[in-house]
Design a protein around this ligand. Sequence first.
Ligand code: NDP
Length: 312
Amino acid sequence: MSTHTKCLIIGTGPAGYTAAIYASRASLSPVVIEGPQPGGQLITTTEVENFPGYTDGVQGPKMMEDLRAQAVRFGAEVRPGLVSSVDFSGDVKKVTLSGGEEITADSVIVCTGAAARYLGLPDERKYMGLGVSACATCDGFFYRGRTVAVVGGGDTACEEALYLSNLAKKVYLIVRKDYLRASKVMQQRVHDNEKIEVLFNTVTMGLFGEEVLGGAHLASHSGTENENFYDIAIDGFFLAIGHKPNTEVFVNALELDEAGYIKVASPTTATSSPGVFAAGDVADPMYKQAISAAGMGCRAALDAERYLMERS
Ligand code: NDP
């Protein structure tokens, strides 16, 4: 079975659905491939309070349902499926789904998102949404006056620790090395913040708590004569050890940066392959917000529309 569309959108986070809303309103009749986690990262979030328009906040899954319904209302065709390979070399772009179905398209918008990196501890899964989070901006508010820990030593970890220090009573920053990798200015801010305690040379061995998170088992100076195992009591455990863009399938088709994000010709969303555009976290190592992804999805649809118009 094969399908041809003027505009194929891969991914259904805020970027994908916003691109679908704009592309369908521009009469491009987009086909949207859902991907492995329909709705994207927001499906695993509880309350979203910083997306404009929802005065009282909204549950992540509900917001994605609304975005999907809005795209479908204007004629976007949303299909389940996983992309297994792509060929962007010709004018007509070819995308093959894991079931073998081939879709050809005059333009493609890649919105496959990114995934937060986790430590890989079984306890992370156990307490997901019950104290474990990978987004302080999204979930920090729920820890007002509580004690939290952030894992990581980069700019994101410092930024998250600083953000959380405005809400929480105390913030531990768990750093596996004896230094922070973050920029000097961020290091200084963390150092100057009385609420943040940096635990250098420390790794997390596990988490504990009844029903919700209650604390973490830590090990400092592992494998040395100063090795020390101890517990800290925490209500929130925030991972900030980097994100991984979902670009495996595009490695040979699009130019990526050294961290694997799709390179776009800013301020447009054009990738290295004419007719292929990218939007959202897959092309944004910096902001990683639902609203910035949605904005980029809008720009990608407008870019695709312009590209198709110039060729017609
Ligand atoms: P980074 O890759 O810079 O840092 C990741 C951090 O996580 C490192 O400290 C790393 O430790 C640690 N880490 C990785 N794996 C593990 C693990 N398994 N266990 C414990 N710790 C681990 O990622 P960021 O997300 O911080 O930053 C990504 C990019 O975005 C960077 O270029 C950064 O500068 C930029 N950025 C800029 C900001 C700004 O300018 N305001 C804000 C946020 C990000 P180790 O050092 O030991 O490898």
